[in-house]
Design a protein around this ligand. Structure first.
Ligand SMILES: C[S@@+](CC[C@H](N)C(=O)[O-])C[C@H]1O[C@@H](n2cnc3c(N)ncnc32)[C@H](O)[C@@H]1O
Length: 328
């Protein structure tokens, strides 16, 4: 984990080693259903492609959540304690927290917590000119790593009973039920007994709207998905031919989730760091899940993490919800 610092002294360490990346890749590609962890999407190019996705016509998620924030940030800020620290796991570009910060002048410390150096840098570049007085303590690391989150609570400004954990973007939806509960339990510890957790969730909606959101006409989502293979080529000495894979978004009814896959167009063998991986024609690599919730299913999920759902804010189409939670 990198050291907590103010923005002016920010020095960032790479916390995910190539060794860990290689282990995760080989482990995922040697399962019966081949898979790759979505946390590796966000290298330099992946981060830039994700920013393009957020502006796509089909990708309603970002503009809908931003519209909710524009409308209700003041109201949300008035509910929160005046003086607290904020941590934002998976902060991305930092554009969403800016709406809340505009109504919160007494924030002690803001901790953007990212796995991607590029995303962390985007957020710093966006926020520091907007809030020159704000103490920003960037953290490069993996929020799915419970040991890292526990260390974070012990060692940092977040060792307090009044924090806000802000988790927008429907990032929680990337995890299966058990992992989502574990992540939210860690957030419950991070926020402290008098603190809050604010989570953005994507709601169940018409299947075609969902399928289109993850398979846009311009092919930006396809490029984002395939970039994971390019990253393996670049960083792990891989031999993927990207033209031999097709991007697919699928709706899994049983789990209420969109799945992204990369489908092999032919029988082929790929070599990664001297290890051969065989693909049959039509075989897929499962690269991402994006679970969709109802308010009731999310309330039940949160309860299993000892969090109670206090209030929600939604858009007019009921596509997306911002959910405020407190420790039970
Ligand atoms: C779907 S994007 C959401 C970005 C932003 N929160 C938003 O709402 O637009 C997910 C973000 O989480 C980061 N991320 C993904 N997995 C992570 C992990 N395990 N630990 C820390 N950050 C992670 C990615 O780099 C990316 O910036």
């Amino acid at each position: 984990m990198s050291q907590m610092t103010t923005i002016k002294q920010c020095s960032i360490n790479i916390s995910i080693s190539n060794c860990e990346f290689l282990t995760d890749v080989i482990s995922g590609l040697t399962q019966q259903q081949k898979s790759l962890p979505c946390k590796y999407f966000y290298d330099d190019k992946g981060a830039a492609l994700f920013e393009q996705i957020t502006r796509l016509q089909e990708y309603y998620v970002t503009r809908t959540e931003l519209a909710i924030l524009e409308r209700y940030s003041k109201e949300i800020a008035q509910i929160l304690p005046e003086s607290l620290s904020i941590i934002e796991p998976g902060c991305g570009s930092g554009k969403k927290i800016a709406h809340l910060l505009a109504h919160m002048s007494k924030v002690k410390t803001f901790v953007p917590f990212e796995i991607s150096t590029e995303m962390l840098n985007y957020s710093l570049a966006h926020l520091s000119p907007l809030f020159p007085e704000l103490v920003i303590a960037p953290l490069l690391g993996d929020f799915t790593d419970s040991a890292m989150v526990k260390q974070l609570i012990k060692e940092t400004a977040l060792n307090s009973q009044t924090n806000l954990v802000y988790f927008p973007g429907s990032t929680l939806g990337n995890f299966n039920t058990l992992k989502a509960i574990e992540i939210m339990r860690n957030f419950q510890h991070l926020c402290g007994v008098n603190g809050y957790v604010l989570i953005g969730i994507d709601l169940v909606k018409q299947r075609q709207v969902l399928l289109d959101a993850y398979d846009d006409k311009l092919g930006v989502t396809a490029a984002f998905n395939k970039n994971l293979l390019q990253r393996i080529n670049d960083e792990l000495n891989g031999s993927f031919n990207l033209a031999n894979f097709n991007h697919e978004s699928r709706y899994n009814e049983q789990h209420n989730r969109i799945e992204m896959h990369l489908v092999s167009l032919c029988e082929q063998t790929v070599v990664i760091n001297n290890q051969q991986i065989n693909f049959k024609q039509g075989e897929s690599i499962h690269t991402e899940n994006s679970h969709k919730y109802t308010l009731e299913s999310f309330k039940q999920l949160a309860a299993q993490a000892n969090l109670s759902l206090e209030q929600t804010w939604q858009d007019d189409n009921n596509y997306f919800a911002l959910c405020l939670l407190r420790p039970l």
